[in-house]
Write a protein that binds this ligand. Structure first.
Ligand code: FPP
Length: 240
């Protein structure tokens, strides 16, 4: 989609994926506990959903908790889970105001029962909205997602529900992201240049944008910078 932003005609990425990194460092700079950074990070995320929608982005997918994040201290994990509880509940009201559909990807089986119930409630309540498609990756790992998907695919082949040969489209359809397009632009904040097991299948042709900005400092101006950067790219998908 094309849109005029700050006087420039821009090609808006349909799907933006974000690795929200740097909450801990942001808090440390303020001599505050790490969870203070996560709390601010959650607030920023609410605003970025609105900003993405304003820019005309149709899909926004964020990495909120990875399969590796359980290795953090009990205090930090408990803090993030409690933050998540509040977030999921408040999200229903925000989504209805902003016409936002919310999905959660990742392995739910390891999450507390009340959190799973809140996720189900949020997904059901927002399934009627057709504005921004907002996806939260929770207890998500790209390799784990492929493992879970392939396990189901093999079951379906064995039971005769699906015929071989296995195609790329078939694998995509067994991933958690089966009903959303692949990302056009990936943003990672806080200066780290890694994928950290995020959407490793889906990011095959995605443009990457890295910024030193810490996630709690991320805002509309930073989001626009990423979209400007995206516009300077020439996506060829392996062609010439
Ligand atoms: C990375 O910063 C952030 C996380 C691992 C958690 C992301 C969580 C949020 C943005 C909170 C909002 C999300 C929800 C829905 C609860 P880091 O802790 O790795 O920062 P550091 O690299 O500076 O230590």
């Amino acid at each position: 989609m094309e849109k005029v932003i700050d006087g420039k005609k821009l090609n808006i990425p349909e799907h933006v994926a974000i690795i929200m990194d740097g909450n801990g460092r942001w808090a440390k700079k303020r001599l505050m506990p790490r969870n203070f950074g996560h709390k601010q990070g959650a607030k920023v995320l609410e605003q970025i959903c609105e900003d993405a929608d304003t820019l005309g982005i149709k899909y926004l997918t964020v990495y909120a908790f990875s399969t590796e994040n359980w290795k953090r201290s009990v205090e930090e994990v408990t803090g993030i889970m409690n933050l998540l509880r509040d977030y999921l509940v408040n999200c229903i009201e925000r989504a209805s105001k902003n016409n936002m559909r919310v999905r959660v990807i990742g392995d739910r089986t390891a999450l507390d029962k009340d959190i799973v119930e809140k996720i189900e409630e949020l997904e059901k309540a927002t399934s009627v909205y057709d504005g921004l498609n907002f996806t939260i990756a929770l207890n998500y790992g790209g390799r784990d997602e492929i493992r879970r998907g392939v396990t189901r695919l093999v079951e379906d082949i064995r039971s005769g529900k699906v015929d071989e040969p296995i195609t790329e489209a078939m694998i995509s359809s067994y991933l958690d992201t089966s009903d959303i397009p692949d990302p056009d632009l990936l943003i990672r904040t806080s200066g780290e240049l890694r994928l950290s097991n995020y959407l490793i299948w889906q990011l095959a042709y995605t443009e990457f944008y890295f910024t030193d900005c810490l996630w709690p400092d991320f805002d509309m101006e930073e989001l626009k910078k990423a979209v400007f950067y995206y516009n300077d790219r020439d996506r060829r998908y392996g062609g010439v």
